[in-house]
Ligand binder design. Structure first.
Ligand code: NAP
Length: 285
C-alpha cells in the first residue's frame, strides 16, 4: 500500500473507518474479519473515536487486533470537544487506550471545534505526546480559518492531520483547505469517502446509480464505490478511511489503491461532479 507523510507521520493511503462498528453483536464476527483482512492488505490505519458507540467501536477494534503485533497497525482515536481540556482529555485518552487495549495511540484528534480554547487543547495534546501516550495529534472538521488560528498558537504547527469530509459529491476542500495543508506538510484524512455508500446525500441524489459514474466504472470493470475511492486517491497527500463491515467490502476497497483512470474519464466526471471554483463552507457529517 502506498503511504503519505502527514507532518512526518507515515500513513497508508487507504485506512479503515470505525464508525458504527461494535454496536451489534450479530455483526461482530464480520466486522472483526473485515478489519483483520484490511491489515493483511496494508490498510493498517484504523480510525475510531470515544464517541463511536460510546466506546463500543474501540472495544470491537481491540478484539480484531488481538494477537497482532502493535507495530503492525496505527490507531487513531478522537476526543469529544467538551473533553478537550485538562483534566478531561487525559481521562478520555486513558479510557480510549484501555478500551483499545494499547499503551499508546498513534494519532489523537480533536473531533470538532467546541468551547474549550484551542490553546488549552494544544497544550494538553503536547503533554500527551511528551508523556508517550500519543505519538502525534491532529484535528478534525477544521476549515482554513480554524487551521490559521490553530497554527498561530505555540505548538499548533505540530498538528499532523486534519480529518474532513471529502468525496466526489463534496469537493469544496480542493479549493483552499487541501492546498493549505499541503503547503505546510500536514496530512488530509478523508472521511465518508464512499458518501456512506450513497446514502449521504449532498448535491446529487442516487450517486451510486449516476449514469456517468456507472459508465466509467463499467469501462474499468470496477464498482461505482471503487471509482469513488479511486477519486479520493487522485490527491497524493490524502488518506481515505472507508468503513467496511465485511471482508469482501474491505478487499474491494483495498483494490481501489491500484485503479488507474484516464484523464479524459476524470474530465467527464468533473462535468457532473464539479470541482469547486470558489470558497465553499466546510461540509461536515
Ligand atoms: P463511508 O466509509 O463513506 O461508507 C461506509 C458505507 O459504505 C457502509 O455502509 C459500508 O457498508 C459501505 N461499503 C464499504 N465498502 C463497500 C464496498 N466495497 N462496496 C459497497 N459498499 C461498501 O462512511 P463512514 O463510515 O461514515 O465514513 C468512514 C469513516 O470516517 C468512519 O467509519 C469514521 O471512522 C470516519 N468519520 C469521521 C467523521 C469525523 O467527524 N471525523 C465523521 C464521519 C466519519 P458495510 O458496512 O456493509 O460494508
Amino acid at each position: 500500500m502506498r503511504t503519505i507523510s502527514a507532518n512526518g507521520l507515515i500513513l497508508p493511503v487507504i485506512g479503515q473507518g470505525g464508525w458504527r462498528i461494535g454496536e451489534d453483536s450479530d455483526n461482530e464476527q464480520n466486522e472483526i474479519a473485515a478489519l483483520r483482512r484490511g491489515l493483511e492488505l496494508g490498510m493498517n490505519l484504523i480510525d475510531t473515536a470515544e464517541m463511536y458507540g460510546e466506546g463500543m467501536s474501540e472495544i470491537l477494534i481491540s478484539k480484531a487486533l488481538k494477537g497482532i503485533a502493535r507495530e503492525e497497525y496505527l490507531l487513531v482515536s478522537k476526543v469529544y470537544p467538551h473533553n478537550a481540556g485538562a483534566p478531561d482529555i487525559f481521562i478520555s485518552c486513558d479510557n480510549s487506550m484501555r478500551r483499545l487495549k494499547t499503551d499508546y495511540l498513534d494519532l489523537y484528534l480533536l473531533h470538532w471545534r467546541g468551547d474549550v480554547p484551542l490553546e488549552e487543547t494544544v497544550e494538553c495534546m503536547e503533554r500527551l505526546v511528551s508523556t508517550g501516550k500519543i505519538r502525534r495529534w491532529g484535528v478534525s472538521n477544521f476549515d482554513v480559518a480554524d487551521m490559521e488560528e490553530l497554527t498561530a498558537i505555540p505548538g499548533g504547527e505540530h498538528c499532523a492531520v486534519d480529518q474532513v469530509l471529502y468525496n466526489l459529491d463534496t469537493r469544496g476542500i480542493e479549493f483552499d483547505l487541501i492546498p493549505w495543508l499541503e503547503k505546510r506538510g500536514m496530512g488530509v484524512i478523508a472521511y465518508c469517502p464512499l458518501a456512506q455508500a450513497g446514502t449521504l446525500k449532498r448535491m446529487h441524489k442516487g450517486i451510486l446509480t449516476d449514469e456517468v459514474l456507472s459508465s466509467v466504472a463499467k469501462k474499468y470493470e470496477i464498482s461505482v464505490i471503487q471509482l469513488m475511492l479511486a477519486f479520493t486517491l487522485k490527491n497524493t497527500r490524502l488518506t481515505a478511511i472507508p468503513k467496511a463491515g465485511t471482508p469482501q467490502h474491505t478487499e474491494a476497497n483495498a483494490a481501489a489503491a491500484d485503479i488507474q483512470i484516464a484523464v479524459e474519464d476524470w474530465d467527464k466526471i468533473d462535468e457532473i461532479f464539479w470541482p469547486p471554483t470558489v470558497k465553499m463552507r466546510l461540509d461536515m457529517e
